[in-house]
Design a protein around this ligand. Sequence first.
Ligand code: NAD
Length: 468
Amino acid sequence: MDYKKLFIDGKWVNSSSDTFIEVTNPADNSFIAHVPSANINDLNFAISSADKAFATWSGLSLTDRLDYLDSLLHELTKFSQELTSVIVKELGCPVSFSYESQVISSIDEFSSLLDFAKKIDFEKRYDGYTLRREPFGIVACICPWNYPLYQLVLKVIPALICGNTVILKPASITPMSAFYFAEAVRLANLPKGVFNLITGSGSLIGKRMAEHEKIDMVSFTGSTAVGKDIIIHSASTVKKVSLELGGKSPCLVLENADYSLAVDTVLDSCFLNSGQTCSAFTRMYVPISSKEKILDLIRDRIDKYVSGNPLDPNFKLGSMSSLEQSKIVRSYVNSALSEGAKMITCKSNDFSLSDTFINPCVLFDVSDDMEIAKAEIFGPVLSVITYDDLEYAIKKCNDSPYGLSSCIFGDETEALSIAKKLKAGNVHINASPFITGAPFGGYKQSGLGREGGELGILEFTEVKAIFH
Ligand code: NAD
């Protein structure tokens, strides 16, 4: 793979910028590749190519587009081993996690989106009018670093299904899987210009994508801060914006809950991908009377999650995605400790293993006003907060600018009635798993719009009513 090129107009081309971004392995700081730091000329080239391709691609029947995308899925699947290996290197995550949760889940998601697309009525007759779902035009897909392949699949595939053409900008620290995706596009013979890959700085290329009058929609996943910037920069063209942003998802444990199930589920969620998962349950509200019982269950289990060499199958967690990220996490934990929180961590009793390796930790005696209980830490850190009044705990669950996911453990009837009060896009009761095809996305500052399944596909369509 020649990582020094961009994929525009159906071929690998040199960037006109002549400057490159160095991609390194956060686990050992070794060099992986140089990728282009594209400039505005490169972006303009991608826009003109996507623009030219739009009429043909949107003019194809849905069946023809799905045939192309089936071939793309087939080509991408052939790269499963390469994708597993590059994601381990660029993200520092364990191999088995990379294979199952990054690559295979992305391929399954891709396949499920194609299945959902077959069942959608893009044109439907109502009394006195026909409702059509039409593509927007050019969609810019801007992705984060934590699930680099999965995030791009959730955007690029629905956009293409609906007849849009696409320009993808992956995160600069994890751009490698996007190159395999682009190569799969080439091998699947998608018409030129339908999909374009630009690597480069978010503040230059991403910002310009949001502003550009020729880009009709921005689908963004990343931090809430950058999401707000995208709203501001896209305002002058009033383009469609869909945003999947940050989270600080609560877990509410009721008195009558199965505490072992609650602890297992929350630790698995909070420490997944070294805590770098937007929907992770990071605040655990427990009844004050059961605090010690629950902390003992956590002490019994935490050693399962020790961090270490991503290539060693004994470790469930690898390194953090970057030195910068691990410094941010350390600083949040150290401030919480200085404010009086206490910590449970792995048997090494050392949460801060080395520069980019952090062992998971659970902080207790945390109060709601501490920063650790409010901010999205994006590291393997759980805050346990006690309550003695359930209504107050429900209020606290909702007392956050975020509203992405949540979970409740306890009697199902009671949990269902509480679920209706939670301001979150997803509520999981008693460890019920996420089902592919269900909508994913957040209330409040966790985003705008939904991804996945039928609703996630329809996000990429404009609605037209023709009266006749
Ligand atoms: P980020 O916001 O720093 O970057 C995301 C992308 O935006 C990158 O490609 C970056 O280059 C680009 N970008 C940066 N500045 C930009 C600008 N001014 N204009 C346009 N684009 C710009 O996020 P990150 O650090 O890569 O990812 C972590 C964040 O993503 C966390 O907050 C996490 O919660 C969130 N996330 C949310 C979901 C979800 O589905 N809700 C999923 C994964 C990650």
